[in-house]
Design a protein around this ligand. Structure first.
Ligand SMILES: [Zn+2]
Length: 173
């Protein structure tokens, strides 16, 4: 089994790719290695590399999909009015929306900032801490490791292959 889970820059699962494509993405600098298969290596003539299991793209891919139209309130409802960074319960007026990839970067790179995959409920304190950085740059993680910002009630990733244990934290089934 030589399959690799490819994540969007927002940590949203995108698709399952084969190892060759994964290695090409890594060597082209288009993706970062997030998880590897323990104890397994790929050998090239000059070096050994860990066998990739989960990759994350360095750029955000906008995936058009059918589903609920994005709304600020929809994001808060999806996230149960809970800050996705610290787990704090939010009330009506301290509930804000954080852009996983900051809006200025979205504007610069021509990507839509207001998508389900790029927005999460956040408390003002975590927003401030994150600043204009991406979640990754700010060293922040979702408080629930199983959480992924996604379009409500849409099934977008068809798992046709067996799932590796280290994928579980990125996929909610
Ligand atoms: Zn918070």
């Amino acid at each position: 089994m030589m399959n690799v889970l490819l994540l969007n820059a927002s940590y949203e699962p995108l698709q399952i790719i084969d190892t060759l494509r994964a290695v090409n993405l890594l060597f082209a600098g288009k993706a970062d290695l997030i998880e590897c298969v323990s104890g397994r290596e790929i050998r090239s003539a000059s070096a050994r590399h860990p066998l990739p299991s989960v990759l994350r793209l360095r750029y955000y891919v906008n995936v058009p999909r059918r589903g609920a139209a994005w709304s600020r309130r929809g994001v808060l409802l999806r996230d149960h009015y809970t800050c996705q960074y610290c787990g704090k319960q939010l009330n009506g007026h301290d509930a804000t929306i954080d852009h996983v990839i900051p809006q200025w970067k979205c504007r610069r790179d021509g990507i839509r900032p207001h998508t389900w995959g790029n927005t999460v409920a956040s408390c003002p304190r975590c927003q401030q801490r994150k600043g204009g950085r991406s979640m990754h740059e700010a060293g922040m993680k979702f408080y629930d490791p199983n959480f992924e910002p996604k379009t409500p009630r849409t099934n977008y990733l068809v798992l046709s292959s067996r799932m590796r244990p280290e994928w579980r934290q990125y996929i909610r089934l």
